[in-house]
Design a protein around this ligand. Sequence first.
Ligand code: IPM
Ligand code: MN
Length: 363
Amino acid sequence: MSKKERKARKSKTYKIAVIGGDGTGPEVTREAVKVVKAAAAKFGFKLDLTDYDFGGDRYLRTGEVLPDFAVEQLRKHDAILLGAIGHPDVKPGILEKGILLRLRFELDQYINLRPVKLYPGVDCPLKNKGPKDVDFVVVRENTEGLYTGSGGFLKKGSEDEVAIQTSINTRRGVNRCLRFAFDLTRRRNKKKTLTLVGKTNVLTFAFDLWERAFHEIGEKEYPDIKRDYAHVDATCMWMVKNPEWFDVLVTDNMFGDIITDLGAMIQGGMGVAAGANLNPQGVSMFEPIGGSAPKYTGKNVINPLAAICAAGMMLDALGETEAAEAIEKAVMTVTGTKLKSLAAGQMGYSTSEVGDLVASQVG
Ligand code: IPM
Ligand code: MN
């Protein structure tokens, strides 16, 4: 960036809501903030950070999962940086549904963007695969499918109990997700191939809609993008056997959830896997995709790279492309030349030291 450009941008201030959340969430978020601050100083933008204490501890203290003011407050920010949600003393589902999913839904973050990229020096569990083989992006629909909470019980607790959970797929929701994925494939400009991941052989309603929309939109609006299709089970197989075949994958909420955990493993584990909950027209939220890892809480051993990468994605979404690239480059230098492992407690450095390493590379 030239001096003039930097000056012109000087006044830019981003209002960021920081939700450390549960377990190791606050520790990794602290390092992500450290790196974002280093990037701000280097690339000439300002940060207006506000901490929110939403999470398990607050819930146990107040009985309130997400206070009423939360969504309206968060809406007034440019972005949200989230650590982790999930507390060992709270029944599974309450916080996940009441905080994470509620924010995704209410802020209409209809894309969950999850890059699967193996960085230099990172151990890959796949035999004979390296950074050039593992580099694709999953576009997961983030507001529909099995996640809407649509369904119910009949005769609950009896021998005749019925449980129904409905997958909701709207043409509008599918269209906007597909268009985002096509645009991204075009922008990435790699293999120019978008793969729809589904289960057309069994989910003959839901994926019939997805497949029709995929080809209609692709044919009319993205003739330059190659369209491919893979069943979700086969996708799991290819992700292990031939991950280099993939460029951009697009899929529904549930399948996207599942295949991105597999994706995280082939890119070196939860320590490095980041995700973005995007509302391209609104407020987006950025998070490491691993959980709150309660057993490591407060020990300064958890890997903060996923949170740092999520913060990089945030800067990219805010238009600070150079800063985002610098963060990714710094992370790659740190994985390539410093860390012994990406696993908690085995990095050869503490959580805060890894943050320092990345921040000093950025700044
Ligand atoms: C994820 C998580 C969440 C999801 C849970 C915690 C509700 O697994 O972000 O992938 O299923 O979306
Ligand atoms: Mn998940």
